[in-house]
Design a protein around this ligand. Structure first.
Ligand code: BEZ
Length: 305
């Protein structure tokens, strides 16, 4: 059995049609049917129910499918890893979520560049969820994100739990809590802007899950495209917003930032790498992270997440 046979089989299961699978694979339909038949003969297993439309996978076929997907994923990972090791130029591709540019990521990357001038750094903006696929395909080598998403092929390290703050207009009635802080239960009746709208899950999903964890249902949670829109609307007196504390550096006019007192009100900042990756840029970047966080007086966690 060759990997291409597994690819053919996986395409037929996923498309539930020989015709669509053949289109997807850019091959003709008769050779695809023949290859599937040969695979069934070789395995001694009926993979698809005869005459079913759409094509229905048998129970044994579904079991084989789960493993075929894993084998193909491992093969793709092994290829991209070997290509990385073989590469003559030392390039590290770093995926990051945009909001980390307000946090300590720029300082960390800057330090890394100074310490390792022979390594070329490429920065690629990429949502936390998309980072998983990008790591597997070799599009990025390290991902910095804000969500807890797991995948068996990815190792994730929690770097820091960043506190969340409430952004309000300086004349808003909640402004009096600037020194004492507020609990989320005090703001459920407010219009709250969260961001971004897509792709999900994202920072907005995190905010919703914190309310849910606390058993709270905000009356009006309005999703907008990005943080600048959320803060601009707050600055116009339209509502309030919840942001990572580092984003208060954006410095939009007439806004103040109130601490949120619930322990659950934090955004995890984590680093993701491929499970099997033993490259030296990983300990090197961890060194830079530790150093910058210590300089800024932030507690470093460095736990498996
Ligand atoms: C931080 O702001 O704490 C941070 C940002 C990126 C990577 C690590 C830490």
């Amino acid at each position: 059995m060759e990997l291409r046979h597994l690819r053919y089989f996986v395409a037929v299961v996923e498309e539930q049609s020989i015709t669509k699978a053949a289109d997807k694979l850019c091959i003709a339909q008769p050779p695809l049917s023949r290859q599937i038949q040969k695979l069934e003969e070789e395995l001694g297993i009926t993979l698809f129910e005869r005459g079913s439309r759409p094509v229905k996978t048998t129970e044994a076929g579904m079991f084989f499918y789960e493993h075929a997907v894993q084998i193909l994923t491992h093969a793709a990972q092994a290829t991209s890893m070997a290509q990385r090791i073989n590469a003559v130029d030392k390039t590290v591709r770093i995926g990051y979520v945009g909001s980390l540019l307000y946090a300590l990521l720029p300082q960390i990357i800057y330090l890394f560049r100074q310490r390792h001038p022979d390594t070329h750094v490429e920065l690629i903006e990429c949502g936390t969820r998309d980072q998983i696929e990008a790591l597997k395909t070799g599009k990025i080598d390290i991902g910095f994100g804000r969500l807890r998403l797991s995948d068996p092929a990815i190792k994730r390290l929690l770097l820091r739990k960043e506190r969340l703050k409430l952004a309000v207009h300086k004349n808003h009635h909640l402004a009096e809590f600037i020194d004492t802080g507020v609990y989320l239960s005090q703001i459920v009746k407010e219009s709250i802007f969260s961001y971004p709208i897509a792709p999900k899950p994202n920072f907005s999903t995190l905010i919703q899950s914190i309310f849910t964890e606390l058993g709270l249902v905000p009356k009006e949670l309005i999703e907008v495209r990005e943080i600048h829109l959320a803060l601009g609307l707050v600055s116009s007196g339209e509502g309030i917003s919840i942001i990572p504390e580092s984003a208060s550096e954006i410095g939009m006019k007439n806004l103040i930032y109130i601490p949120i007192l619930d322990l659950e009100a934090y955004s995890p900042i984590s680093l993701s790498v491929r499970n099997m990756d033993q490259s030296s840029y990983i300990p090197d970047i961890l060194e830079c992270i530790k150093e910058v966080l210590a300089e800024e007086g932030k507690q470093v966690q460095l736990n498996d997440d």
